[in-house]
Design a binder for this molecule. Structure first.
Ligand code: NAD
Length: 247
């Protein structure tokens, strides 16, 4: 068991990579708290011994309330994020603000709220881990039509490196995951809402040199690694799992 008895909180665990990660962490022996804005999406996770709680990560009071009820955490996976379309000219101000609220500001508030417990566990066990969801789109690569998304995900990498630098001597590590294109409900939604969905799916596949879109199960082994003691000498890294997008 690679995460035996570790207390781990995951945001946006109702579907996609967050849900797959919650299940994978529980299967590796972790005590998982799974949260999502849409509490109904968390149905079924309790069958795997996972505690669930509806949480909108843009609600800072709700974050504080949840943090006050949690035990000290060994791991935090800030997975919540949204994708909005648009270039500098076509992205709306509302979409820009929402992207930053969900993709990066929430990460700042969530991480601060559970930081005392993470540092406590790092002091007791020698290691604790923060994993932040970034993306290849951002500072790793500029992708078209992703102005607010790319800017906010680049900020995730900056925040992660800053935390890593400030706490490197404490045992608390911070890394981020930079997926390429992953088959999740929101990706299916982006494909379905395109003018030509068949072509849109082909275009998503075409940007993956390995010739396919990732599954969530391509991501979970790396999530487990970065939350576990196996990555105890790794901090401040933006780990791309991208089917060759950044070769
Ligand atoms: P998804 O987009 O299908 O699901 C996201 C989940 O986030 C949903 O359950 C939704 O209810 C929840 N959510 C949305 N806003 C929230 C909020 N304010 N508070 C709490 N929960 C909220 O899942 P996904 O595609 O696996 O995306 C998860 C993360 O991975 C996101 O940060 C996304 O930007 C990132 N990502 C996705 C891809 C991809 O191709 N799918 C690639 C790179 C990065």
């Amino acid at each position: 068991m690679r995460l035996k008895d570790k207390a781990i909180l995951i945001t946006a665990a109702g579907q996609g990579m967050g849900r797959a990660s919650a299940l994978a962490c529980a299967a590796e022996g972790a005590n998982v708290w799974a949260t999502d804005r849409d509490g109904a999406l968390l149905d079924g996770l309790a069958d795997h011994g996972i505690r669930t709680q509806a949480l909108d990560v843009t609600d800072h009071d709700a974050i504080a309330a949840l943090a006050s009820e949690l035990p000290p955490l060994d791991g935090l996976f800030n997975c919540a994020g949204i994708v909005v379309n648009g270039s500098l000219e076509t992205c709306t101000v509302e979409d820009w603000d929402l992207s930053f609220a969900v993709n990066i500001n929430a990460m700042f508030h969530m991480t601060r709220a559970v930081m005392p417990g993470l540092l406590e566990r790092a002091g007791e066990t020698g290691t604790a881990a923060i994993l932040n969801m970034a993306s290849v789109a951002g500072s790793v690569r500029g992708l078209p039509n992703r102005c607010a998304y790319g800017a906010s995900k680049a900020a995730v990498i900056g925040l992660t490196k800053s935390i890593a630098a400030d706490y490197v001597g404490s045992g608390l590590r911070a890394n981020c995951l930079c997926p390429g294109t992953v088959d999740t409900p929101s990706l299916r939604g982006r494909i379905a809402s395109a003018a030509d969905p068949v072509q849109a799916e082909k275009d998503f596949i075409a940007r993956q040199p390995m010739g396919r879109i990732a599954t969530v199960d391509d991501m979970t082994p790396v999530v487990i690694y970065l939350l576990s003691d196996e990555s105890r000498f790794v901090s401040g890294q933006a780990v791309s799992v991208d089917g060759g997008m950044t070769i």
